[in-house]
Write a protein that binds this ligand. Structure first.
Ligand code: ADP
Ligand code: MG
Ligand code: ZN
Length: 497
């Protein structure tokens, strides 16, 4: 990078803090429903309202989900961790403090690996910690004119916070990490990861330093991003701003920023508070959180296969290209579906093509999930077998597939009711070929003059004439014969005679 211009002689340093809402039925310290979307201030009780004398009780299920996540991320889960009060005033924080964890978090360490897109090695993103805490309520600024409303339904909902080391040196890596983390959380089933509803929110810390330096410069923190693409933009914008400030001899202030997507810039929200501002102390209303080794081991034993493991296994077991495995493991639902189909077919790559291209296209068209399509793996496998056996062309099979989804019946039924059988009858194929040639004399001539790639044009024309039903193999043979065996061919090459 040396000498490559002023701006490229700085390198970005980025660290993330990710808040994930856990998928529990009830809140972190009380029995109120943790669901999203109830009428304002209906999921509340003395505990989450912070009424005098109300005492918190730890939600076991939240701890289990947090432990699973920590284990899946390779963190050390500690036998003893401590809840702590983080004191600050906010209208949506009725107790005047948030119960979190501070110097004794549930878990520390851990790594997420980001394989380089071009296969050139792996970047290791180290995790600093994973702790459990409760969410605050919500201040609503856009509902009433010049008034702020407070909804406490979210107050006390269980969260985990995952903190990375400042190991990212490009904004796009941060995004890639978040995509991977989200996929892992979805596989684990610990959160619905619904970004619109705020189940996954990210604070991004950013600074820049001279390339090659290993010192950390003053950072700014962009708060509460719930869109990964906006987060990437916010980071790029902040990096550019930091570089500009430093280049002009200025100093970056340690600030908390709010991203304004409309203006494409981060605005300072407040001066950055430090840990000591929060007057953390151990939560006196809760005991130390104790987790026995065998409980942790038992949780480790129940972890599902994680996306990367699944991806590698699909490549190994079915001989799929990495690209296919990547697409198929985007959700475990899709991967499970693929495997169910692949087990029933003799050609896993063909099964992969059908699942990741055609089935996904139908699902996207209808805006529905794979399971909502009602397309049993057995039925898709039957269709694929017909293609493999040459009983259906690819084009025809696509029509059959949409008929199957439409009607909820088998390929056989759709073929019968819609007459989608391949036409193999030579007389009929020859008639179409003759008609097509008669209509396209110029192309026939060009083909015969050596432009053999026009065969695809003729196949396309006959296919259209046959509404996609012509048997492609037979058609190709008939076309080649008929185009090549014209009597004029001999007279066109007098020299060779
Ligand atoms: P704070 O006390 O301001 O919250 P922490 O040291 O707890 O800061 O770190 C919070 C997050 O910021 C972590 O993800 C960490 O990796 C990241 N971070 C810390 N220092 C820097 C820096 N100089 N530049 C970029 N990110 C940083
Ligand atoms: Mg912080
Ligand atoms: Zn409550």
């Amino acid at each position: 990078m040396v000498g490559a211009g002023v701006s490229s002689s700085y390198e970005p340093v980025i660290g993330l803090e990710i808040h994930v809402q856990l998928k529990t039925r009830t809140k972190m310290f009380c029995g109120c429903p943790a669901e999203f979307g109830a009428p304002p201030n209906t999921n509340v009780c003395p505990v989450c309202l912070g009424l005098p004398g109300a005492l918190p009780v730890v939600n076991r299920s939240a701890i289990e989900l947090a432990v699973q996540t920590a284990l899946a991320l390779g963190c050390d889960v500690h036998n003893r961790s401590v809840f702590a009060r983080k004191n600050y005033f906010y209208p949506d924080l009725p107790k005047g403090y948030q119960i979190s964890q501070y110097d004794r978090p549930l878990a520390t360490g851990g790594v997420v690996e980001l394989p380089a897109k071009d296969g050139s090695g792996v970047r290791r993103i180290r995790l600093r910690r994973l702790h459990v805490e409760e969410d605050s309520g919500k201040s609503i600024h856009d509902r009433f004119v010049e008034q702020t409303a407070v909804d406490l339904n979210r107050a006390g909902v269980p969260l985990i916070e995952i903190v990375t080391e400042p190991d990212f040196s490009v904004a796009s890596q941060a995004r890639e990490f978040l995509d991977r983390l989200k996929r892992m959380l979805e596989y684990l089933g610990v959160s619905d990861c619904n970004m619109e509803e705020g189940s996954l929110r990210v604070d991004a810390n950013v600074s820049v330093r001279p390339a090659g330096s290993d010192e950390l410069s003053t950072k700014t923190e962009v708060k509460n991003m719930n869109s990964f693409s906006q987060l990437e933009k916010a980071l790029e914008s902040e990096v550019a701003r930091h570089v500009a400030v430093v280049n002009s001899g200025g100093v970056i202030e340690h600030q908390t920023m709010l991203w304004d997507p409309a203006r494409g810039e981060a605005r300072p929200m407040r001066g950055k508070e430090e840990a000591h501002d929060y007057r953390y102390f151990p939560e006196p209303d809760l005991p130390v959180l104790e987790l026995a080794d065998d409980a942790v081991a038992a949780a480790a034993g129940t972890l599902p296969e994680m996306p990367q493991e699944k991806l590698e296994r699909l490549v190994r077991q079915y001989g799929l290209p990495a690209y296919d495995a990547e697409v198929l493991t985007s959700t475990h639902e899709l991967a499970d579906y693929f495997e169910a189909v692949a087990r029933l077919t003799s050609d896993p790559k063909l099964a992969s093509n059908w699942v990741m291209v055609e089935v996904l296209a139908v699902a996207n068209e209808r805006g529905s999930s794979i399971s909502d399509l009602g397309l049993e793996p057995e039925r898709l496998a039957e269709l694929i077998a017909m293609v493999a056996d040459g009983d259906l062309s690819h084009a025809l099979a696509r029509q059959v597939l949409s008929g199957m989804v439409e009607s909820g019946t088998s390929a056989e039924d759709v073929i019968n009711t819609e007459g989608l059988r391949l036409i193999k009858d030579s007389d009929e194929l020859e008639r179409w070929v003759a008609e097509t040639q008669a209509e396209n004399p110029a192309e026939v001539e060009r083909y015969r003059a050596g432009e053999v790639k026009l065969l695809a044009f003729f196949i396309g024309q006959v296919m259209r004439r046959s509404k996609g039903k012509a048997d492609p193999e037979r058609l190709r043979r008939i076309l080649e014969k008929s185009l090549g065996s014209d009597p004029s061919e001999d007279s066109a090459m007098p020299d060779t005679g």
